[in-house]
Write a protein that binds this ligand. Structure first.
Ligand SMILES: *[C@@H]1O[C@H](CO)[C@@H](O)[C@H](O)[C@H]1NC(C)=O
Ligand SMILES: *[C@@H]1O[C@H](CO)[C@@H](O)[C@H](O)[C@H]1NC(C)=O
Ligand SMILES: *[C@@H]1O[C@H](CO)[C@@H](O)[C@H](O)[C@H]1NC(C)=O
Ligand SMILES: *[C@@H]1O[C@H](CO)[C@@H](O)[C@H](O)[C@H]1NC(C)=O
Ligand SMILES: *[C@@H]1O[C@H](CO)[C@@H](O)[C@H](O)[C@H]1NC(C)=O
Ligand SMILES: *[C@@H]1O[C@H](CO)[C@@H](O)[C@H](O)[C@H]1NC(C)=O
Ligand SMILES: *[C@@H]1O[C@H](CO)[C@@H](O)[C@H](O)[C@H]1NC(C)=O
Length: 248
């Protein structure tokens, strides 16, 4: 009649093990986020208003750090907003370890150098705002791997070279701001595959060639800014069919 009663203790053990795994996963992944942000901090050479110097401290959770937002579900860093802090520095490769990051806004600072290829790990990225900094080099062709991207802003930097044709892979892209750089060459035809584009700004660069008639494919366009370039030829009449256009 005495049934062995090993089952309850066994189940307790199992529950304990599961909790342990969940807790350690949670702990270790937010630790990865913390070291990624500390690496970024260590690449910031000038923080005149002391935004990060004291606030980004290991004695508090990264989720309470200024500019950092964590998701409620996974308790991981989902957004980083360091805009208008007058920071000088470079973007460290460890930033690519923030695997839940979807919004990155560092506009209006003095970040320089080129963008590390490790950022390609950030496959959830929806919004990248790097405007008004001092980044240089070519616009990386690997931007084409951010398939969830809706907004890409690189205006007011020192980017050179051509617009990479891989941007045509960004099928969800709604906003593209590349003005005030030194970008040359023609607008790649692949860009007109980005059917969701509402905002396209290429002004004040060194772009050349004609404005392709495929521009008529961007039927959702609201803002089109192409001034201060070396475009030639006629303005395609298809632009007249872009009924959402309010600024040209
Ligand atoms: C860091 O800044 C955030 C946002 O301003 C603030 O809520 C938090 O208390 C600050 N932490 C420290 C340690 O100063
Ligand atoms: C970042 O913060 C600035 C200033 O508070 C705000 O204007 C901007 O919209 C924020 N960026 C994002 C992506 O939320
Ligand atoms: C984070 O990124 C760096 C450089 O990309 C890498 O060396 C490191 O192993 C990564 N992982 C962790 C857990 O920090
Ligand atoms: C760019 O940033 C500087 C300060 O860093 C600011 O004075 C200027 O107005 C900004 N320009 C634009 C177009 O946002
Ligand atoms: C993106 O587009 C280019 C051509 O425009 C293509 O060769 C490449 O395989 C595509 N995929 C990725 C992930 O970049
Ligand atoms: C533009 O639209 C036309 C007609 O729908 C299509 O044949 C063409 O492939 C499109 N071009 C691009 C670059 O998406
Ligand atoms: C275009 O950019 C150059 C610097 O690259 C600057 O000198 C010039 O004033 C800008 N033109 C306009 C119209 O903003």
């Amino acid at each position: 009649m005495a049934k062995p009663s090993f089952l309850p203790p066994f189940m307790f053990g199992l529950l304990f093990a599961i909790f342990g795994v969940i807790l350690s996963a949670k702990y270790s992944s937010i630790t990865v986020d913390q070291s990624a942000l500390l690496a970024l901090k260590s690449h910031i050479t000038h923080d005149p208003h002391i935004f990060l110097t004291t606030n980004w401290s290991t004695s508090t959770s990264v989720c309470s750090w200024i500019g950092v937002t964590c998701g409620s579900k996974h308790y991981r860093v989902t957004a980083l907003n360091l805009s208008s802090m007058d920071l000088t520095g470079t973007i460290s490769s460890q930033l690519g370890n923030l695997s839940f990051l979807a919004w990155l806004d560092i506009h209006q600072n003095s970040f320089q150098g080129s963008l590390p290829i490790e950022l390609t790990n950030l496959r959830r990225m929806k919004y990248l705002e790097f405007g008004n900094n001092s980044f240089n080099g070519e616009i990386p062709s690997w931007f084409g791997c951010f398939t969830e991207l809706q907004g890409l802003y690189l205006y007011l930097n020192n980017f050179i070279g051509v617009i990479p044709s891989t941007l045509g892979n960004l099928s969800k892209l709604e906003m593209l701001g590349l003005g005030w750089n030194q970008i040359s060459g023609r607008i790649p035809n692949s860009l007109f595959k980005c059917k969701e584009l509402k905002f396209l700004s290429l002004f004040n660069n060194s772009l050349e060639g004609s404005i392709p008639t495929e521009i008529g494919n961007l039927t959702l366009l609201e803002t089109l800014s192409l001034s201060d370039n070396y475009f030639k030829g006629e303005i395609p009449s298809v632009i007249g069919n872009l009924t959402s256009l309010v600024i040209i």
